[in-house]
Design a protein around this ligand. Sequence first.
Ligand code: MOS
Length: 758
Amino acid sequence: MTDLIPALRAPSADAGTGQVRTGTPVSRVDGRAKVTGQAQYAAEYPATDLAYGVVVSSPAAKGRIVSLDTSAAMAVPGVIDVLTHANRPKIRSFDIAWKDMTAPAGSPFKPLHTDRIMYSGEPLALVVAETFEAARYAASLVTFEIAEEPHETALMSHLDRAYKPKPLKAGYEPPPDEKGDTDAAYDAAPVKIDAQFYSGVEHHNPMELFASTVIRDEDGHLTIYDKTQSSQNSRWYVSHAFGLSKDKVTVRNPYVGGAFGSGLRPQYQLTLAVMGALHLKRSVRVVLTRQQMFTFGHRPETVQRVKLAAEQDGTLRAIWHQAIAETSPIEDYVEVVVNWSGLLYKCDNIKLDYKLVKLDQYTPIDMRAPGAAHGVHALEVAMDELAYELKMDPLALRLKNYAERAPVEDKPFSSKALRECYELGAKKFGWDQRPLEPRSRKEGTEWIGWGMATGVWDAMQMFARASAVLHADGKLVVSSAATDIGTGTYTVMGMIAAEAMGMPLEDVTFQLGDSTLPVAPIEGGSSHVATVGSAVAGVCEKLQKTLFKHAKKVAGSPFEDAKFKDVEFVAGMLRLKRSPATGMALTAILNDAGMVRLEEKYLMLPNMLKQRKYRRLTHSAVFVEVRVDEETGTVRVTRVTSAIAAGRIMNTKTATSQIVGGVVWGISQALHEESYTDHRLGRFMNHNFSEYHVPVNADIHALDVIFAEEDDRIVSRLGAKGVGEIGLVGVSAAVSNAIWHATGRRLRSTPMTPDKVL
Ligand code: MOS
């Protein structure tokens, strides 16, 4: 088999895997490569002349570099150079406007650009040495004299400066204009809730450290192994920032050890590694430390207020949702925080408002379910408060206000099995056994509570290209510059192609993670299956038709009078549906046509005219049991049932893993994660895994995942939506509501640590 980029090591399924169908549980084709160390990550690629770069981070949050001294660092044996703003190569394009594909409105950060310091932890120098150890030691010897200026990092002290961002970021829709008269409806309604919420900063913390290995060929071509959610975004960025033509740069990311949004934008280790390679004319690798991974974007600190009003029977009369979040001095990072409140419940009066405050921080960046993680939390806790005010079951309140059409824009949904999620989830969890009153069940020192919440996320489809090559030996190679951040892209794309061509999975290789492959979007927004999967289905259909055409021309062809709809592709054969014994091997068709390979290419463009008529979403219903120790305030989440409606599920095993991962993160958001800033220093203080808490196995108990049936041919030709983010949304609200049910304490800030619970 040829046409594989050797450096990619694209995995394929184990021999004997056989025929697969989408919609079934299939183990990852990359699983073996990952657990045996065959899978190489960005920091692991060798190069003969490799130099090692270590970043020196700013100790000050704001100010100007007055002077710097690199002499002690330069004196360390093995040190090659120390790059700073003062001596970095002057690159014209570096000084003019350039962006990455996912940049928000504003002017992107450029490392080592000037003497200005914008945030604590900002990269101020790159020490390059023959060994990593020499570079790391020398980095500790670089000294700066900094004229510090007062900084502002406390959101809560600057809420009065909040302003409305412009809707410039691709994909960002500003909250719609008000529907109805929310203030009047609120005032007139008999039952009301008015609640404020606070969510602290969170950081992504994927297992793999951010790294770029820039391998420079003798002709100056750069092959870059980068930790990114899009090889083509990094390639585009490097070309623009350094004024290099497209064919001078190849970016690869065949394996990515988690990213969760932190790899949606090129990070500064890429810029610095390329700068070093161009300056020194040799290969350079830069790996960030775990602490430095707290210096390039985070889920923003957000404060929210939700007002709800209802009739005594639970009919919602008014929804008012406001959010204020932080952004950097240079960019307007916007999230869809409040818009969800205009999508979930039927209501005639809805007002949404979203504002930003600029702080002396780096620009926040999307983190799994950006916006929804905070916004749906606030709405769903407020709904629980309203249910209690009404003396109504929280699930009954949601069903009472179930939206059959998207409320603000009054559009139909492309599909919506949320009602089924409520029913399936409640039944599995045993929700009907829940006492209405809080603080009514106790075992030993633990109060037991049950809570629920709704989740919602977008069902997006971008555009993508794919190619497919069938080889004379019967192997199929399908390619697209997609990414697998641990989500199962290799496996699901292989399954789609194998099913379409009627081939065993082991004979199909899906190739991704190389900027020279056919165009694919960034792996983000839970859109990869609906997008790249549809491109794969499209290119396979073209391949089928071409094979059929050739088969008809074979002398004495059994397909001579057949139409395309009369044939099927099964077990490596083209067969007549009505007479399965009549068929030709795909390899025989190629052979007869005198071909050693047959290639097709396909461009998948979403049908936007049709899609625009519908609101396209995924939904979930999350049910949670907590046990709260009355002496220590510790919360154990002992049971979670998550019922998901996300279109056709392509691989029930990897999709379940996605949801389980999302639920674990939701528990983490609820109970553990927060990056604490010391505002005197303007710096995140718990920037390591011992103090930034994430759940361990002992924190996670029974998790149930159920998929409600949905098949959405408006979102994608496969019927699939996406499962990357929906698993997280609503979980923290359900945990909060369960804590209230256990203890009678209403917590309105995350994480809900024992000090708040007690
Ligand atoms: Mo996700 S936050 O779209 O990588």
